[in-house]
Design a protein around this ligand. Structure first.
Ligand SMILES: [Zn+2]
Length: 427
């Protein structure tokens, strides 16, 4: 029997298998949500997932990356170099041969809960209320990781073997720059294409902006406030720096014409997130530090974005003698997410769109993501062209009462299962 005539049956079987296991899926996701996998505490959830993957007969690899070795890599960007308590997990499902390989990547680190008073649900409870499964990380992105796992379970449950290999990566550290995905890539895990089920609300993200953190230090000269004219206020100088940053943001965004950004007011924002300076109301401040996040367009290089910021800051000295003599210092520090861009007409993106249409009966929205994912890193470190599509409500990620719709997790699982079947071929 040819693949084409067999596939409609496979599709119906996968749909049926998943539809009968919604309760089981909710339990799995609730169990995952109860693992408090903030940075440095990812062991419990990785062990839980490792056991699930072993049950599928996959070759499971659970390891704590060597921070020293990792941090010497040019693509490394993380606030820490010790990954004790933060194991990475990868597993391989070997195909029967002759098919293309596919990689499913998802992160299981979550951001902190924040003020627990602002939650009406238990952030670590995994409670299911009216179809919403609540908890920190439910949307970003344990729902997506669960969907990937369910997809593999569904294929196996339906007795479907694939021709190509599937790699499943459950990584740590995405929220601080992707050291987990870098470590998995350096360990040799790669495939012909990949998918990250980050919370896109079931939209397809062929492109994502990158971002990087910067610090601007503005120098002044201290004096008594009663004779402030003898000093130079770093706060006043910083106002000019803020204006220059906003001007640069405007300039950079005026050049973006990609239709995928048509509905986005500022496609690649530069956000100033932290300001600090001065010590005393009656003193002229001699130092102000500004910290921010610079968006990098999907088709742009990190180096290009850095060079533009650097030029904008050094130009300040042309209009201001003080700044010419006491230049504003620019540092790039901490986290960084590489941009990622796939041609919306590429086979990977087209195939995903078709599969979503088949499963949902309507075309998915196609969006350029306003935030970075590990897709850029998968491309740069492992050469895996990666698309982003998954369940989850972006608006609740990193917020109190984060939740994911269980129905969307099931839909994503079906899409992923079918995608694996199409891409890897039936064995
Ligand atoms: Zn995420």
């Amino acid at each position: 029997m040819s693949e084409k005539t067999r596939e409609p049956n496979a599709l119906a079987a996968i749909h049926q298998w998943l539809a009968e296991r919604e309760h089981q899926a909710a339990q799995l996701l609730a169990q995952m949500t109860r693992c408090r996998s903030v940075q440095g505490q990812e062991t419990e959830i990785q062990q839980l997932l490792a056991a699930q993957l072993e049950r599928l007969g996959m070759e499971v690899d659970l390891w704590e990356p060597d921070g020293e070795e990792l941090s010497s890599h040019p693509l490394f960007a993380s606030p820490r170099t010790d990954f004790a308590g933060s194991p990475n997990l990868a597993a391989k499902l070997p195909g029967s041969g002759g098919g293309r390989s596919f990689l499913l990547n998802g992160h299981i680190d979550v951001v902190p809960v924040g003020d627990p008073e602002q939650w009406t649900q238990d952030p670590w409870g995994g409670n299911l209320v009216e179809g919403r499964l609540y908890g920190r990380g439910a949307s970003d992105m344990k729902g997506g990781v669960a969907a990937s796992l369910l997809a593999l379970q569904a294929l196996q449950g339906c007795g479907i073997r694939l021709a190509g290999d599937v790699i499943f990566e459950s990584v740590m550290e995405e929220e601080s720059g992707g050291a987990g995905t870098l470590a998995a890539s350096l360990r040799g895990y790669r495939a012909d294409a990949g998918l990250i089920p980050e919370p896109t609300g079931l939209a397809v993200f062929p492109k994502q902006q990158g971002s990087l953190w910067f610090r601007l230090t503005v120098h002044g000269r201290g004096a008594h406030g009663g004779s402030r004219y003898e000093g130079v206020s770093a706060i006043e100088k910083a106002m000019g720096v803020v204006a220059a940053v906003l001007e640069l943001e405007k300039e950079r965004n005026s050049r973006i014409t990609d239709p995928l950004y048509a509905a986005t007011p500022i496609p690649v924002p530069i956000n100033l997130g932290v300001i600090g300076g001065g010590e005393w109301p009656s003193s002229v401040p001699d130092r102000v530090a500004l910290e921010g996040r610079m968006g990098v367009a999907p088709d742009e290089t990190i180096q290009n974005a850095q060079a533009q910021m650097s030029r904008a800051i050094s130009k300040l000295g042309q209009k201001d003698g003080w700044l010419a003599e006491h230049p504003v210092e620019l540092e790039w520090f901490g986290a960084r997410w590489l941009p990622c861009s796939l041609d919306p007409e590429s086979e990977l993106v087209r195939m995903l769109v078709e599969v979503v249409e088949e499963v949902r009966g309507e075309s998915p929205a196609m969006v350029a993501a306003p935030w970075g994912t590990d897709a850029g890193l998968l491309g740069a470190a492992a050469g895996v062209p990666t698309v982003v599509f998954g369940p989850g409500v972006v608006a609740t990620a990193h917020q109190p009462d984060e939740y994911v719709l269980l129905e969307d997790v099931m839909t994503a699982a079906e899409v992923i299962a079918l995608m694996l079947l199409r891409w890897c071929g039936r064995g």
